[in-house]
Ligand binder design. Sequence first.
Ligand code: SF4
Length: 337
Amino acid sequence: MTPLIEIDAVSKRFVKELDIAERTAKLIGSNVEPVRVHAVDDVSLSIHKGEVLGLVGESGCGKSTLGRMVAGLLTPSEGTIRFRGRDVATVKGAEARDAALKVQMVFQDPMSSLNPRLRVGELIGEAPRVHRVRPRREIGAYVDDLLGRVGLDPVMAKRYPHQFSGGQRARIGIARALAVEPDFLVCDESVAALDVSIQAQILNLFMRLREDLDLTYLFISHDLGVVEHISDRIAVMYLGRLVELGGSEDVLARPNHPYTQALVAEIPTLQTSKKIYSAIKGEIPSPLDPPPGCHFHPRCPHAFARCREERPLLKEVAPGRFSACHLNDETGARATA
Ligand code: SF4
């Protein structure tokens, strides 16, 4: 079956060109060059209909950039993103509009994307009115229905965004994304700003909506502990690259890549007597100047000479299980070790 979303060898580079002073300095012999950041580096992934793929990694690893490319908010520098088998960069007209509406994004801070001067009913009803998802006369009832779906009282449609709590604003952000009847949601740190108890409520809401509306999610979070509750599969990114991919339970029970092992060791448990803190050593390196070979080698407790020179490729180490670590070549498949 064709995956709903296919990310094929996608990279994203951001380039800061020289300003006029730097160009002048270069003319007289200064060694300044444009700054290039390789935010996403040759990532391939498929997401199937009805699936929840959790995408995790530390801040700055490129996961949000990848999510924004999937949602059509950024254009890949290289590679292809396909929606229902069609390259989204080449579709035109009604098909392009349909693809854009069918993939929506739910942000961490809905306040930053909500016009404070509009009532919530107008904010949610705007896109379905403009895109004619519903006839104009039905928009009011449609907004009421959406508010009910996300657990808010329809009378709240008359309030302004600042009159809501953080959890309620998260629900408004979800209702707004749902308003154009998407098939696929990119949720970028959508519960990160919430208290733990509210996080659980919003995660439960995401799961209920998945069942009710047959949705598919790319769920982005820096917190593996959040992603484990909602994801069917987990993908781990480090400094722009995908380093591990597999079924959630399998990845959490038997992490293969040393970076994933460190992330899993940091998930808090209720068994405090057994808690082992193994904070990942060092800071994530600057994406302006990533380490050669395996980007993780300066922080990896298992690094050896090859790691400093050769990029490890993502390879299947067990059925449905992928990891990018040279140790798998040295010691055979370690996924089930
Ligand atoms: Fe560590 Fe080497 Fe594996 Fe990278 S390739 S994670 S440095 S052992």
